[in-house]
Design a binder for this molecule. Structure first.
Ligand SMILES: [Zn+2]
Length: 448
């Protein structure tokens, strides 16, 4: 509701312009609560007063933590929030004497008084207690810095594997950049690790303060809940939900998609120097995307050569020189590259889901039988290429009698038993990794 809206039931000047919801730890704009709906306002008014009488206040001033109630102005039926006790301590009454940073710091401390924050600290501490890798678990214990007077009071602290002190800080909604920055600096200096834990993290709707943490933590955020506490106790290991972003190349651009999953603290990468803890290495994935972006034109040029200019020696030499810059070394004449033609024809066919380039078989299964007979060393690359391009169904559709299926069983058995008959031919691995980055990681593995 904008100020001055005639429908608003809020007074024109609101000394307390935001309130802290003591259950959720959220800070809500006062004007949003004093809606044009009179019934709701009067119900809220009753609930607040009742809460105060029952010594279980619902809302408080985010600056001083004193419970608030909703009162009406004398002359007209307009409402505003007032402290339960007005004794002049609250900076909301003496605006102007505090710097914006001091006011933010007060709000931050205020939110730490909420029930949600209290419960979150205990969820973290109880989860830690289930994990034998952690010792010295303490809630709100002062952490003294090496410099005189420097100290912090993390929500929960613990020592991981007897060597790395970790400060767990719960973030509800109000942590602001300076608090984050100061804490990082402190724990870096003290050889500790700062680990932010969220109550929830919705990437589509993240507040700036959440993004400050997320983007400075390699695009990973961790969420603790009753669910992760139960999982931690069952696994006897600190379990958390992780939200992260993964980059992908699309039309020459890096696009990020949200991902989430459960993980254990022990499986996370801990980067004390940068004060980062992450499950997915977004920086490395982005670097990989960027280098692919640089490599893509050469990859496309090679493909064009292979399909349309394969007899042009000058083009081959040009590509050969460029590939050498990427650590891929090939003979002077293509004809000297033994079995390279059938290998790449097979892989381009696996990519397409049908025989292409130099192959003329009627379908991919007929080609597969040919590879099985003549080029056993290519079956590993052929298989993972088909999987990477999701052509497993094409194979099934073209193998009604199951003849190919039985050959798959043969080569798979040879791999698992260590027989050398179908051992992958590794001569062109570098080139294949360059041309087909989608299989680069798996190609280098042992098929068994
Ligand atoms: Zn106050």
């Amino acid at each position: 509701m904008e100020e001055g809206n005639i429908d608003s039931l809020a007074a024109k000047d609101l000394a307390i312009d935001e309130v802290l919801d003591l259950r959720t730890g959220e800070i809500i704009a006062a004007r949003r609560l004093i809606e044009p709906d009179k019934e709701k306002v009067l119900q809220l008014r009753m609930a607040l007063s009742q809460g105060i009488s029952a010594k279980r206040p619902l809302m408080a001033c985010p600056l001083c933590g004193v419970p608030v109630h909703l009162v009406s102005m004398m002359k007209e039926r307009k409402f505003y929030f007032r402290h339960e006790i007005e004794d002049g301590r609250c900076p909301a009454e003496t605006k102007g004497t505090q710097t914006p940073n001091q006011i933010l710091a007060m709000k931050y401390d205020g939110a730490r008084e909420s029930e949600a924050h209290y419960r979150m600290k205990h969820i973290v501490a109880d989860s830690l207690a289930a994990d034998p890798d952690f010792s010295g678990i303490e809630i709100e214990k002062i952490w003294r810095g090496s410099e005189s007077k420097s100290r912090r009071k993390p929500d929960v602290r613990a020592i991981w594997k007897k060597r790395l002190p970790v400060a767990f800080e719960v973030q509800l909604s109000t942590t602001f950049l300076r608090v984050i920055a100061e804490r990082r600096e402190f724990y870096l200096r003290e050889g500790g690790l700062l680990f932010w834990v969220f109550k929830e993290f919705d990437m589509g709707n993240a507040r700036l303060a959440m993004e400050d943490v997320f983007y400075n933590n390699n695009r990973n955020a961790f969420v603790a809940s009753e669910g992760t506490l139960a999982a931690s106790q069952e696994a006897r290991s600190l379990v958390l939900d992780c939200v992260w972003s993964e980059p992908e190349l699309e039309d020459g651009k890096v696009l990020w998609s949200p991902r989430s999953g459960r993980c254990t603290f022990s499986g996370l990468t801990k980067d004390q120097e940068k004060q980062r803890v992450f499950h997915f290495d977004a920086d490395a994935a982005r670097a990989k995307c960027k280098s692919q972006l640089v490599e893509q034109p050469l990859r496309d040029a090679f493909r064009h050569f292979w399909f349309f200019e394969v007899h042009d020696h000058a083009v081959w030499l040009r590509l050969r020189a460029k590939l050498a810059d990427h650590g891929v070394h090939l003979p002077f004449y293509l004809s000297e590259a033994d079995a390279l033609r059938p290998l790449l024809d097979t892989l381009y066919s696996a990519e397409a889901g049908k025989p292409v380039a130099g192959w003329g078989q009627p379908n991919i299964v007929v080609l597969a039988h040919h590879v099985f007979t003549k080029y056993k060393g290519f079956l590993w690359a052929f298989r993972i290429m088909l999987a990477a391009h999701e052509h497993v169904d094409v194979i099934r559709a073209n193998d009604p009698t199951g003849k190919w299926r039985s050959k798959v069983d043969i080569y798979k058995k040879a791999w698992t038993t260590g027989s050398t008959e179908f051992k992958p031919d590794r001569r062109y691995d570098r080139l294949v990794c360059f041309l087909f980055p989608e299989i680069a990681d798996r190609l280098l593995l042992d098929p068994s």
